[in-house]
Design a protein. Structure first.
Length: 425
């Protein structure tokens, strides 16, 4: 357990009650080989609060039914889905009918790429980035079979930041869509998505934002961004394994999704194919309930769910910034370790608490295995950011060791991870 139970932002009165936070997640009580389990695998999927587990079990026990029926459990399911849409609309700051549920971000993006692809022809261009997760690359690149031209944007190898000059150069009169990640799931870089959206709009192109990695670390306001689409996955921010797509109402109504004939033409349902995962949608509502309570504990004066979510993010940001500083200092002191991404403390606002390293004489798999035996859960490999690992010439040698922190991690866990890495090396 953390020695400091409450982390307070120096810039405000908002604080994070870390002891309460950790008490909400039953997975954190596990042990491995006599050591406490330390979950630093957040970028691959976070743990969930007990209330999410309870909501899923309660739905299956008492309301398991398909939608649209003339009986009570079906009506309860309809109501639950509407409540979950409303909760997610507050999380992203949009309207409930602009929220689409799906299996995951990848599936939703493939569906949207097919619908948008119907309107494109040979010579039309799509701008992608080499910093992105492949789920925001391959679904669009597949449209090359229609003659669509893919224009990839480079990144700066020194600090793994997006090359904005190259981005501007790649957007032109034939650009129809610009797809970019809010934050890199591999190296943690936070992109200037507001500027990306502005440039796309200036060229008359659509913008598609992958916010999967960013969502647990920073607040999202699609209205302020004015993006056309934004996708995320609830299992990355303490919810169940599902994806969520925001689409501007005008686009969801105008575009023609591929769907079965009995499905309604009304939005957002026309974008949701087959029977949805109702029990996980019940878990999404409880996930947002957790965010709301976290924010109300951090800032009791808030009056709305949206304000509470913003307060939660502010408290999380302060805690993650402290852990980031400690992690980067500790990692850089380990002999033979190469750290990728932003390391300048003056730029910490441009990175998430996600770190990838390689250590001379040790493969990422070896490091992840030995850390796992000590109770530290980390990832090795490419994390589906293959363009990045290929350009950095690490794809053929096992990729990276990735260490990902979220708000339930502690400074003591950071110290323990650094100490264990030192022992291994």
């Amino acid at each position: 357990m953390p020695t400091a139970e409450r982390i307070t932002s120096s810039a405000s009165s908002i604080s994070l009650d870390l002891a309460w936070v950790r008490s909400q997640f039953p997975a954190l009580a596990q042990s491995i080989n006599g050591n406490p389990a330390v979950f630093m695998d957040g970028p691959g999927g976070t743990q969930v609060p007990q209330r999410v587990i309870d909501a899923i079990a309660d739905y299956l026990a008492h309301n398991n039914a398909n939608t649209g029926g003339a009986f009570q459990t079906s009506r309860n399911t309809d109501r639950m889905i509407a409540e979950a849409r409303s909760a997610m609309s507050d999380f992203l700051n949009c309207d409930a009918d602009e929220i689409v549920f799906g299996a995951n971000m990848t599936t939703l993006t493939f569906g949207m790429s097919r619908a948008i692809g119907r309107e494109l022809g040979p010579g039309d261009e799509i701008v992608l980035t080499l910093l992105d997760h492949d789920a925001n690359f391959s679904p669009w690149k597949a449209l090359e079979e229609k003659g669509i031209v893919i224009r990839p944007v480079a990144f700066n190898e020194k600090d793994c930041t997006l090359d904005m000059h190259d981005l501007k150069a790649k957007i032109g009169g034939r650009t129809r869509l610009v797809a970019v990640g809010y934050a890199s799931n591999a190296v943690g870089t936070i992109n200037d998505v507001a500027e990306v959206v502005r440039l796309a709009k200036q060229a008359g192109a659509l913008s598609y934002i992958d916010a999967v990695h960013y969502a647990p670390h920073g607040s999202i306001d699609v209205r302020q961004l004015d993006c056309d689409f934004l996708a995320c996955s609830t299992y990355k921010f303490f919810g169940p394994h599902m994806g969520v797509l925001y689409g501007k109402r005008e686009h969801l109504k105008r575009l023609r999704p591929y769907k079965v004939r009995p499905n309604t033409n009304d939005i957002p349902n026309c974008w949701e194919w087959g029977t949805l995962n109702h029990e996980c949608i019940a878990g999404i509502k409880s996930c947002i309930d957790y965010w709301e309570e976290l924010g109300r504990r951090a800032k009791p004066a808030v009056t709305t769910r949206r304000a509470a979510i913003l307060a939660a993010h502010e408290a999380i940001h302060a805690h993650e910034q402290q852990m980031t500083a400690k992690m980067l200092a500790g990692l850089q002191a380990i002999p033979g370790l190469k750290l990728y991404g932003i390391i300048n403390s003056q730029q910490f606002d441009n990175r998430c608490a996600t770190f990838v390293v390689r250590i001379e004489g040790h493969t990422p798999l070896e490091l992840a295995t030995k850390l796992g035996e000590r109770g530290f859960f980390t990832w090795d490999g490419n994390y589906y950011a293959m363009n990045l690992t290929e350009q950095l010439k690490v794809e053929q040698v096992g990729g990276f060791l990735r260490i990902g922190l979220v708000h339930y991690n502690t400074m003591e866990e950071v110290e323990g991870l650094i100490g264990s890495l030192r022992e291994i090396v």
